[in-house]
Design a protein around this ligand. Structure first.
Ligand code: NAD
Ligand code: MG
Length: 404
């Protein structure tokens, strides 16, 4: 009989493999072929990138949300003699997230589009590496309930939450062991402050998509790059932290740390503060998630503190970043407020990237949408999906009014 040992290969599905997190995940997997093999890769429309990934990693399935893109990829792979089966549509995204052959799912689709496949993986009890923070913001309680019920292992990939995870006492299922004897006091989420941390306030309204996407420390997809520039990203992360670590918003502090070396911290009652540090490179949290509770090489250069020389920390300015205030209010209100915040932001960011609205109109549209739609309790997934759709329609209406 074949000998099984702890290094048995894990079958991995990557939802959103053509994005920044997806590509970094494949880089780590490529370093450890004895540990991981790719079961499925998925993308929205980028046929050329997914084609290349399929030839390199030979997944059993490739799924494209877009049908025409899937047809194109199928033809190209067929001509190249590949055995990868190409599927399309949302149903198949869910199917490759919960297939019995899959051990581990990387949820790296951007935005609300990632909610259903991520939830499918959680319900199927997978080891779930969650980069798609919007899914947790939208349906946090339902998501956590699914994880507990199925026995899934939820590993946060967002660098801050991965850092907090590394600094907290964690039980065998990877859950925060909220035992009063551990003396947990508060979480400090660090934020780089993005590209506009010190820009003159008078120039903010004229900032272009290219300027907003030029993040000083991280190379990321366009949506999260704009979120970093408005700091709505930190608001989503505040909500994400409350959900993942079962902690009220008043125990999560946000501190600006422009160097992005301390990825977040946990304070304890005795005055101890544990921080996780490293170069700003997502391959570190990704490899920690893949190998947890072990550690593997990630390809990230060792941190050189002498070269970095300085670690600065400063209080965030809510006048410069009104999205921070909106986010804290949403984290405290809960119910569907985070759903509305996220939906309005997705619509506003897409409109900003399309140059239909200005940079400073992003928080204005979120605030307008929030004030128009009352928050209700989240009892089931349908409520989330309905309120999300409603908020998107109303945000779009505000975009149209402003872009006239
Ligand atoms: P990205 O834009 O680079 O990639 C997004 C991926 O999602 C692509 O593969 C794309 O094909 C897929 N996708 C987009 N829309 C889709 C749809 N409607 N249906 C199916 N697939 C779709 O984004 P990213 O920067 O890799 O971020 C992915 C997620 O990870 C986001 O939720 C982001 O907030 C989170 N995250 C990213 C980073 C980072 O460093 N990039 C860090 C922390 C968290
Ligand atoms: Mg982050």
């Amino acid at each position: 009989m074949k000998q099984h040992h702890r290094q048995d290969q894990q079958a991995v599905t990557i939802l959103g493999s053509t994005g920044s997190i997806g590509a970094n995940t494949l880089l780590v997997i490529a370093e450890h072929p004895e540990r991981y093999r790719v079961f499925a890769l998925t993308a929205n429309t980028r046929v050329d990138v997914l084609f290349r990934q399929c030839l390199d990693f030979k997944p059993r399935f490739a799924v494209m949300s877009d049908v025409a893109s899937a047809d194109c990829l199928r033809q190209q792979l067929h001509d190249a003699g590949s055995d990868t089966e190409v599927l399309s549509g949302e149903q198949n995204l869910n199917a490759v997230a919960c297939a019995p052959e899959v051990d581990c799912v990387m949820a790296a689709i951007v935005g609300g589009a990632g909610l259903l496949p991520g939830l499918a993986a959680a319900r199927a009890g997978k080891k779930l590496l969650l980069a798609n923070k919007e899914a947790l913001v939208m349906a946090g309680d339902l998501f956590m309930a699914a994880v507990i019920e199925s026995g899934a292992t939820l590993l946060p990939i967002d660098s801050e939450h991965n850092a907090i995870f590394q600094c907290l006492p964690i039980d065998l299922n990877g859950r925060f062991a909220n035992d009063p004897n551990h003396g947990f006091a508060k979480i400090v989420l660090t934020a780089s402050g993005g590209p506009f941390l010190t820009s003159p306030l008078s120039e903010m309204a004229a900032m272009t998509p290219a300027q907003a996407c030029a993040h000083p420390n991280w190379k990321m997809g366009p949506k999260i790059s704009v979120d970093s520039a408005t700091m709505l990203n930190k608001s989503l992360e505040l909500i994400e932290a409350c959900i993942l670590f079962d902690t009220p918003a008043n125990k999560v502090e946000i501190v600006i740390h422009p160097q992005s070396i301390v990825h977040s911290m946990v304070h304890y009652k005795d005055g101890s503060v544990l921080a996780q540090m490293g170069n700003p490179d997502m391959r570190t949290p990704i490899s920690y998630g893949l190998a947890w509770p072990e550690r593997i090489s990630s390809g990230v250069a060792p941190l050189d503190l002498v070269a970095a020389a300085r670690l600065d920390f400063l209080a965030p300015d809510e006048n410069r970043f009104p999205c921070l205030r909106l986010g804290r209010q949403a984290a405290e209100a809960r119910g569907t407020t985070p759903v509305i915040l996220n939906a309005a932001n997705e619509v506003a960011v897409a409109a900003f990237l399309d140059q239909r609205i200005s940079f400073t109109e992003i928080p204005a549209i979120i605030a307008d949408t929030l004030s128009q739609q009352p928050s209700i309790a989240v009892d089931k997934l349908e409520t989330v999906l309905l309120e999300d759709a409603k908020a998107r329609r109303s945000a779009l209406k505000f975009v149209e009014q402003r872009s006239r």
